[in-house]
Design a protein around this ligand. Sequence first.
Ligand SMILES: Cc1cn([C@H]2C[C@H](O)[C@@H](COP(=O)(O)OP(=O)(O)O[C@H]3O[C@@H](C)[C@H](O)[C@@H](O)[C@H]3O)O2)c(=O)[nH]c1=O
Length: 397
Amino acid sequence: MPAARNPLHSLDLFCKVVDNYGDIGICWRLARQLAHEHGLAVRLWVDDLVSFRRIWPEVQTDAATQELAGVTVQHWRGQDGHYGPADVADIVIEFFGCEIPPGYVETMAQRPVKPVWFNLEGLSAETWVEGCHTLPSPHRSLKLTKYFFFPGFNQRTGGLTVEAGLEAQRQAFLASNAGSALLARLGVTAQEAHGCKVSLFCYDYAPIRELFASWQDSPVPVTCLVPEGVGRSAVEDFLAAPMVPGAGATRGALSVRVLPFVAQTDYDRLLWSCDLNFVRGEDSFVRAQWAGKPFIWNIYHQDKNLHHTKLNAFLKIYHPATAAVADLNRAWNGAYPGELDWHANWRTLQTELPVVTEAAGQWLQEMLANGDWMDNLLRFARQLVEQEWNSAENGLK
Ligand SMILES: Cc1cn([C@H]2C[C@H](O)[C@@H](COP(=O)(O)OP(=O)(O)O[C@H]3O[C@@H](C)[C@H](O)[C@@H](O)[C@H]3O)O2)c(=O)[nH]c1=O
């Protein structure tokens, strides 16, 4: 496209933190990637800087505006405000349908060249997603159209978020001794690092006690690395001590070590360094796929057990899942019919780990082939701009 036809230079991304770290976790990855890889002037509007700081320690929680990693971070304090055309970006993204300020939307409509407007939706393997991906939603009163853009697991969706060069970085990391160095820095002892390493990030409703009991009885030593605060009650019962970074205990074949909550980039490397990862929500779920390792997913709880439908839709397409992996996923989310034999499940799963790991590596390659979510979004945005130009030109003829 000639330069004059590419008026997409700036981008505003609006993020409302509903709870936990997934909303800001995903938006922060997207914002950094859009700035670094696509050269866009990115402004991230976020309403909760305290949660943000947990995954990115450089965040100043009292700053109205700050520059971080090439992104302008704007503390989003409310829906009011007056905006001039220069305040509105060329691309506007609302995350998970968060409502952006009405004054901002009105100014979008006043621009001679309208911004390209997206609503980014949540990740699901359910087939209805393919029918809704890229659907337009015209504004009820203003001359503006918003487009739905879904992440997903095939080319009929937007794909998953993956930074250029992530897989090369992972390969270089695995070929070096950086993994051992990271674990040592996080307080994992040399002896623990020799066990089957499992990272544990889950919601409190997950049956951690049953899992721990099966690992205590494991035929191979298991080292469970759990970030501070995760599954506190079950972990503190196991430790018989407060859950603070550095705390640890061994019972039977299981050693549990409490890690500090680390910055996002280190969390990725932790996933790369483990043999099995327990992840949750959306962002860590995606990062576990880029780790190319077996994982168990704890889904964000939804009313009427809607999350079970989501889990089953994913297990239907996720070919690395053996019966033992699928059973553990279901039991972990309260979706297993009947009582899982946790001990037998773990004995089977740990012998299958090499096979599942190989299949997880293939899955990673298949997901890479779908392209990156933001790359796909920008390509779509440029097509929309091109169409706009063409119809304007045809109107003049
Ligand atoms: C454990 C750990 C996680 N993280 C990061 C990784 C992720 O970016 C983030 C966690 O986000 P998630 O994995 O998505 O889990 P989550 O449960 O925190 O997030 C969410 O789930 C979504 C489905 C909901 O929409 C959200 O409202 C939210 O609940 O925290 C670190 O940076 N360091 C750490 O030590």
